[in-house]
Design a protein around this ligand. Structure first.
Ligand code: GRF
Length: 195
């Protein structure tokens, strides 16, 4: 059984889908929700599903051990970022090589990078007159949104779209594909011993 940690700081709708998807799985389970925002919606979801949580602080995350010992202690072997906005420090990347993935609500490499999150992404897509947007699931490296792309799927952008309607369409794609892609990655990967 592999232990997944989901890092999320927002409402956590993706975290919820992932928890539910793996609830009866023999392959993996969500063993920890990591959050940097006390009061975030995702914490209520974690408590509803009885998933342990870890609230992290900036200083320790960026300038100390990056919480690696805690993750190892909980035998976390895979990290999923779902609405987590802090940059991942190199200590954590080094401890989990190719074992950290992120979901981005647009078709990377367009509309990614620092500051491109939430409705800002959808506003930019609409302002540019794009005919399609979508989701990108990618490995996390030390540059925002630039790790190797694992999966993308697109959806149309209509003339009537507002950032809210486009966000809703993109969210649906995320919920439909993210848990399944995580499962595929986990079943491909061999037994993993974090450094
Ligand atoms: C998603 O749109 C994801 O692409 C982005 O943050 C959002 C998180 O949404 N990285 P939720 O908290 O899972 O509802």
């Amino acid at each position: 059984m592999k232990n997944i940690a989901v890092f999320a700081s927002g409402t956590g709708s993706n975290a919820k889908k992932i928890i539910e998807y793996f609830k009866n799985s023999l392959l993996a389970r969500v063993a920890l929700i990591v959050c940097n925002k006390p009061g975030a919606g995702v914490l209520e979801i974690a408590s509803n599903y009885k998933v342990p949580t870890l609230i992290i602080e900036k200083e320790r995350f960026f300038h100390d051990d990056a919480y690696v010992p805690q993750l190892l202690e909980k035998q976390i072997s895979f990290i999923v970022l779902a609405g987590f906005l802090w940059k991942i420090p190199s200590k954590l990347i080094a401890a989990y090589p190719e074992k950290i993935i992120n979901i981005h609500p647009a078709l990377l490499p367009k509309y990614g990078g620092k500051g491109m999150y939430g409705s800002k992404v959808h506003e930019a897509v609409i302002a540019a007159g794009e005919l399609e947007s979508g989701i990108s699931i990618h490995f996390v490296n030390e540059v925002y949104d630039e790790g190797r792309i694992i999966f993308q799927v697109s959806c149309p952008v209509t003339k009537e779209d507002t950032p809210e309607t486009l966000a809703a369409r993109v969210h649906e794609l995320e919920h439909a594909h993210f848990p399944r892609i995580i499962e595929e990655l986990l079943s491909e990967s061999n037994e993993f011993n974090p450094a």
